[in-house]
Design a protein. Structure first.
Length: 243
């Protein structure tokens, strides 16, 4: 009987009868995380952003997305109700901290070295032997390294700084999403050829994270709307823009 009522409420949300219960109730946060969500010519864009805009239309929620530093938004969503943060890597460590809708994109973590450095990395053990690895504060890739016993982490609050630190020899490696690293290098120094990928660390998936207090019925409604975006071909159309 409980599952019947849950399904019924979810259907009401999808059909628009329960939309007012969620409309305007979330403060939505994102960050500069190209090519998934980022600013270009003063406007937000990116694969995840475009998916999110379409999703907001389908659930009847206003587009009140704000760009905040990752560390700040990551703390806010854990401390406050009615918050959304995207794009977030879903990990075992984060699993109990949030409610989840997704996935909205796939992201491959890699180690970049400076082009011509002759650094060879064949395993995580090899990376542990490096003097310093540039990371992004509170990012899932940084947490992954910490969980795996890395102590040679050099953390920054602006990930683009890692490009210049890598080129200046202040860090030996930089862990970052492959596409993000290339984009950030082009933005920071004008070209991505200054980087050399030396190791594929992990394939991950990006999600929309909700405050833990969010009702399951709301999560079910948002997930169903996202599933609809994928089923009717809208997601593939968005994806092609960034391939």
């Amino acid at each position: 009987m409980k599952s019947f009522y849950l399904t019924l409420i979810t259907l009401f949300c999808l059909l628009g009868f329960g939309v007012n219960a969620t409309a305007g109730s979330f403060s939505i946060m994102t960050e500069e995380y190209p090519p998934f969500n980022y600013s270009e010519n003063g406007q937000l864009t990116g694969l995840s952003y475009d998916v999110m805009v379409e999703l907001l239309k389908r659930v009847g929620h206003p587009n009140n997305i704000k760009v905040l530093p990752w560390s700040r938004s990551y703390q806010l969503i854990q401390a406050k109700d009615n918050r959304i943060l995207f794009s977030m890597t879903r990990t075992d460590q984060r699993e109990p901290l949030f409610k989840w809708v997704g996935p909205i994109a796939t992201n491959k973590w890699v180690f970049f070295a400076k082009k011509g450095s002759r650094i060879k990395i064949n395993s995580l053990d090899d990376a542990r032997k490096m003097k310093k690895i540039g990371t992004y504060k509170d990012d899932a890739a940084e947490l992954f390294l910490k969980e795996n016993g890395f102590t040679n982490i050099d953390s920054v609050i602006d990930d683009s700084v890692n490009v210049k630190k890598l080129l200046a020899g202040r860090v030996d490696l930089w862990i970052v999403g492959h596409l993000q690293g290339l984009h950030k290098a082009r933005t920071a120094v004008g070209e991505s050829s200054v980087l050399e990928k030396v190791f594929d660390v992990k394939d991950t998936q990006l999600y929309i994270a909700f405050s833990r207090s969010t009702p399951d019925t709301v999560i079910a409604a948002w997930q169903a709307a996202l599933d609809g975006i994928k089923k009717d071909g809208t997601y593939d159309t968005i994806l092609k823009k960034y391939m």
